[in-house]
Design a protein around this ligand. Structure first.
Ligand SMILES: [Zn+2]
Length: 387
């Protein structure tokens, strides 16, 4: 939501942001210098000195700044452990995090009452059309941002999951090579061009890594940021398309690609393995999970082995079945079809097979045909950010 503060309120918001950022940076400095990643320890090490230095900042915002700083320090140390070069986290503008103690939205009057330097204030807000559907729901946390000369409050709302009866529909999804995703019900999703963009950024990054100069490193950071933003956008588009290709209450079957990273390392470094490495499967899966939940769909993951080599018509599995990247040709029955579509149908079939085994009374699998991995089925609610 876009805030419409008075001049004084805007000045107070700016000062709140500035102090919040200062606290964030101060905690990062302590955490980084003394190698503390434990929130409680960081709290004890920093709370009172910072409270004394920033008495006007309400305690809860001070605590939230420490929480954000703890996360930043923690992830910096994780990267460091992985051998990446890291630096102490520093922020020029860390968005203040609000919660139940520091803000309250009144959807009726379109006002929000929030803590800031100078005390609690009531501010009017506007909701952009694209998020109007989320107005009125119970609020969770919120981040205060200043973008393009305007104040925004990014509010997370909790929406009850819809009561949708499960249906029989099962749709397999292949995160393909030719297209970003192909479904077993013949949908070709995402844009072909995404791969070319990924490839371009990949080569650019490699060239910059080789160069290794100071300016190259700076450039590299920008490219990484750009890549992350592009992927996020694409994952949102793709997950939406995937979920909408399934009827409410249906089942979406994905490949369990989390282990693929390890396995593809053994193979030759092909364009395929690079795509798998490059594509942030975890993010895509998370997006699919919450969008599916909103639609009342179930998401399951199956073992990805042989999904591209088996024939979806006759089941014949052979390495040389797959003749070229785009076309699948079966050596046994001669069927010819789009390779990703063939894989998507195999993925759906694997799920059907696992259900049949389960219904036939269990056969406690010593050789798992399907490793079922339910993604977030129990959560009764899901969360959606509203800007
Ligand atoms: Zn065949």
């Amino acid at each position: 939501m876009q805030l419409t503060p008075s001049t004084t309120q805007a000045a107070n918001l700016a000062e709140t942001s500035r102090q919040f950022t200062a606290v964030f940076n101060a905690v990062c400095m302590v955490g980084w210098a003394e190698q503390i990643t434990n929130g409680v320890k960081l709290h004890h090490a920093t709370y009172y000195p910072l409270k004394a230095a920033y008495p006007a900042l309400v305690s809860d915002l001070l605590v939230q700044a420490r929480v954000k700083a703890t996360e930043a320090v923690k992830s910096a140390f994780v990267l460091h452990k992985q051998g990446r070069t890291t630096r102490m986290p520093v922020s020029k503008a860390c968005p203040p995090r609000y919660n139940v103690h520091t803000y309250k939205v009144d959807w009726e009057s379109q006002t929000v009452r929030m803590s800031m330097i100078g005390g609690r204030q009531t501010i009017r807000f506007d909701i952009p059309a694209y998020t109007a559907a989320y107005a009125g729901y119970p609020t969770d946390s919120a981040d205060l941002l200043f973008r393009h000369g305007r104040w925004w409050l990014h509010v997370v709302v909790t929406i009850p999951a819809p009561a949708v009866a499960p249906t029989e529909q099962v749709v397999g999804v292949d995160l393909g090579i030719v297209r970003p995703a192909v479904t077993s019900n013949n949908r070709f999703l995402g844009k072909r061009a995404w791969k070319a963009i990924e490839g371009k950024l990949f080569h650019l990054k490699r060239a910059l890594q080789k160069k290794g100069t100071k300016s190259a490193k700076r450039h590299l950071r920008r490219v990484r940021g750009k890549q992350a933003r592009i992927r996020r956008t694409n994952d949102h588009i793709l997950s939406k398309q995937i979920v909408q290709s399934v009827e409410p209450g249906g089942t979406i079957v994905l490949e369990n690609l989390t282990d693929l990273r390890k396995r593809t390392k053994m193979r030759k470094r092909t364009a395929t393995s690079r795509r798998v490495h490059a594509w942030s499967f975890a993010q895509l899966k998370a997006f699919i999970a919450y969008k599916a939940e909103a639609r009342g769909c179930t998401v399951v993951a199956v073992d990805p082995r042989h999904t591209s080599q088996a024939c979806s018509c006759c089941g014949h599995t052979a390495r040389n079945n797959r003749r070229s990247r785009g076309r699948f040709v079966c050596r046994a029955c001669g069927v010819e079809l789009h390779a990703d579509l063939n894989a998507a149908r195999n993925i759906a079939a694997k799920y059907h097979a696992s259900v049949a085994i389960r219904d036939a009374g269990g056969l406690h699998v010593n050789q798992p045909i399907v490793s079922n991995l339910r993604v977030e089925t129990q959560a009764a609610t899901f969360r959606r950010a509203v800007s």
